[in-house]
Ligand binder design. Structure first.
Ligand code: ADP
Ligand code: TRP
Length: 337
């Protein structure tokens, strides 16, 4: 079913670290794109639970296990059909870490020191693990092992895809006279979905505590929406009139519910300046969109064994493709005799 030699579909791969519960920034910035792209029928999709990346953050057995299952449940609940995509965890395919080592040997320290994630950690005076420093190389391996064409991600991951592309090129020139052992991947960042604002107006992020959870209960949704800051918008007359953060989040739910922009335009015109009413409208739309997904997830969560089985099968499928690519790379570097 999968593999570029067998059919003409393009390869889509993405992954998420199983750290913390997903919020609507993750959903609209990354997860929803997987579903939309998958539904086009144009791609062979690999969706990965990046558990080895998460090991930089989660160093507790029970928490790791729960986080992996949680994330798999999330993906399935948002509409990815594990019968039609390869859903797997990174640690089940050892080719990822093996290829990382190969990439390490053709990568310089100054190059990795330019990574935003590393610079941020350094600026905060954080203790930086070698795993964090090397994060982009593991991610390059994740992507390149599958002959990936596109990687749907949020804007903050763009640099990592550039690292993957550079690394593919470096490998191809160093070991294969420029012949394409590793395909050069492209990021896919949806124009309309750049950065989803959080309840405080900054980028929605687990680390800022300004999130609206993707599987939130009706009450949690209400509480989060009511806490959105509303002081920064100005209307055409220069007076504050549009609660920009409320509106930005509302636009996402509006289109996810299949409504057109004009619908929201009218609402914000009719209720201009009435922030409480606008928030109430957002609460309702967010609840209507989230409720069915939350209920599906609750049902799936009752059968943990079947989730484990899905991941195991996905790992086996992924390993077939990844091992073949790794074998090519090992041949090119001269360690296969
Ligand atoms: P967080 O900042 O909450 O820790 P992650 O770094 O785990 O989020 O991001 C996981 C995925 O979700 C990435 O692809 C990222 O680009 C996307 N993402 C996270 N937050 C946002 C946001 N506020 N807007 C758009 N995309 C986002
Ligand atoms: N680094 C990504 C994030 O923080 C997760 C990730 C790991 C990933 N490997 C990947 C994303 C490969 C796309 C492709 O969310």
């Amino acid at each position: 079913m999968f593999g570029r030699s067998i059919n003409s579909k393009k390869v889509l791969l993405s992954g998420v670290k199983p750290t913390g519960r997903p919020h609507i920034g993750n959903y609209f910035g990354a997860m929803k794109q997987f579903v939309d792209l998958f539904n086009t029928g144009n791609y062979d999709c690999y969706i990965m639970v990046a558990d080895y990346h998460a090991l930089n953050f989660i160093q507790n057995k029970d928490e790791m296990q729960e986080s992996i299952i949680d994330l798999a449940l999330d993906y399935i609940a948002i509409g990815l059909d594990p019968k039609r995509i390869v859903l797997f965890k990174q640690s089940d395919v050892s080719a990822h870490t093996e290829l990382t080592w190969i990439f390490d040997t053709i990568t310089t320290m100054p190059y990795l020191m330019r990574a935003h994630a590393f610079k941020d950690a350094e600026a905060k005076d954080k203790e930086i693990s070698v795993g964090t420093f090397n994060y982009p190389m593991l991610m390059a391996a994740d992507i390149l092992l599958y002959g990936t064409d596109i990687v749907p991600v949020g804007l903050d991951q763009k640099q990592h895809i550039e690292y993957a592309r550079d690394t593919a090129q470096k490998f191809n020139t160093t070991f294969a006279k420029g012949q394409e052992i590793f395909k050069l991947p492209k990021e896919l960042i949806m124009e309309s979905v750049q950065t989803v604002p959080g309840t405080d107006g900054r980028k929605m992020s687990k680390s800022y505590g300004n999130t609206i959870s993707l599987f939130a209960s009706d009450d949690e949704i209400r509480k989060a929406v009511m806490s959105i800051v509303t002081d920064s918008g100005t209307g055409p007359d220069g007076k504050p009139s549009v609660p920009v953060n409320v509106r930005a989040i509302h636009e996402l739910f509006n289109s996810a519910l299949g409504r057109d922009k004009a619908h929201l335009e009218r609402l914000y015109m009719d209720k201009a300046g009435r922030y409480k009413d606008l928030k109430e409208a957002l609460v309702k739309d967010a609840q209507d969109f989230i409720r069915p997904m939350r209920e599906r997830r609750e049902k799936l969560a009752k059968d943990r064994a079947s989730i484990i089985k899905i991941l195991k099968k996905g790992g086996e499928q992924a390993a077939k493709v990844a091992n073949a690519k790794l074998a090519e790379a090992k041949k090119a570097i001269g360690v296969s005799l």
